[in-house]
Write a protein that binds this ligand. Sequence first.
Ligand code: BG6
Length: 500
Amino acid sequence: MNVNNAQPTIITIFGGSGDLANRKLVPALYNLFTDEQLPEHFAIIGLGRTSYTNESFRSYLHDGLTEFSRKGKPVAEDWEKFKDNIHYLVSDIDNDESYQNLKSTIEGIEESWGIESNHLFYFAVSPRFIAPIATKIGENKLCIDEHRTRIIVEKPFGNDLESAVKLNNLLKGIFKEEQIYRIDHYLGKEAVQNMLAFRFANILFEPIWNRNYIEHVQITASETVGVEDRGGYYDQAGALKDMIQNHALQLLCFTAMEAPVHFNADEIRNRKVDVLRAIRKFSGKEVFENSTRGQYGKGWIKGKQVAGYREEPKVKKNSSTETFAAIRFFIDNWRWQSVPFYVRTGKCMPEKKSVITIQFRSVPHQMFPNETSDHMLPNRLVIYISPSTGIKIQFQAKKIGLDMQLKPAEFTFDYSGSYEEEQPEAYENLLHDVITGDATLFMRSDEVEEAWKVVMPFVHGWENHPPSSFPNYSAGSWGPEEAEALIAENGFHWISLPTE
Ligand code: BG6
């Protein structure tokens, strides 16, 4: 739906004074506003414990925009128009009075507009507050009109399969599934969405997108940062729950899914759920045969000395939490039988990049003499998700010269170089879609639960067998040696291509 047809909208942010609102949500809303992508009538209500006034809250958000928005410091004239739509309520999430206060604020705004609006409730809070806030929204009758109310829930959705099911059941007792928007911000990334266009709007790739032509797939989501100030959360989660259960599996789904019949939310999500259901569920020693984990010790990143994970604030001194995980998945269906999908993610690695590499098989017959094809490599397709966005196809070409000598060459599609428009941030795409009521880029309840089913064998296996060798990789390296061994078993190696 075009935003011009979107209803007037009031966005309530629980956790309004927190980091997510300041760094991501408000900058995204502001950019949508300046790009004329917000409805004519809109308001933002921040809720939090910090005792801001409307004025001091606005000035705090202005500083946040200056620091974190992709557009930098707001243009004074735009900010003046935007800021009047921002309100702040000091609140206590356990107290009904806060919800009644919110209700009358919403009604007051609608009265001043003389028009009814859609109500979005964004849960930008720690996961343990989601259930109590949702319950209070229900009890205080803030969601009686199911067509006008939507909630947005941040990841992590649950801490394991059981808690995710419980949370889904609780939310579904208060809201309809269509009202619940579960965020995985990777789905808001342009390059992830482009995978649908690349695969299903072109005839070239789909015929070879299968086990007959693809040897293996690698998905890397590496980061140079450590846990920063999130040690308390991260030590409970680890790389498996923080990155693999959601972001990495989503990338895998977009790579492996069948073609949807229509471009709509349920069709696309059905095809992704099919992939998750087909991923082999390991048991017993298979868990360890197909995975490896790591934790960073001290080291150097970009010329700076970095502390080890166990020295990070709010992390247990003897923590067994993994900051690196590598897993070999198999998808048991007709298209992908026996094709390994290697997924790895880690903190404190040499480079920040999210990238998918499709490694094709060698040509069936080698007609070139060995001496001409020394450097011959099978075709490779690399999809850069972030920070650079684009696609690279590697192929063989004849080297210029009198002899027939082969050498690898490549075609590159650079997203940022190919279009004039600046790419919206993931949260801009996602908030735009919630406002217009498009759930395609959000996780459905069954999808979240299937993703948990995929990782639960690792959660249990790793919990029951704490690692003995942590820390086992230095900050600034590509992870533990075991990760190399995991992929080398099949005669492959991790491809660490430069991101440019
Ligand atoms: C978040 C994780 O969901 O994704 C973080 O909780 C991680 O630990 C982040 O740093 C990575 O996102 P991006 O967009 O920077 O790749």
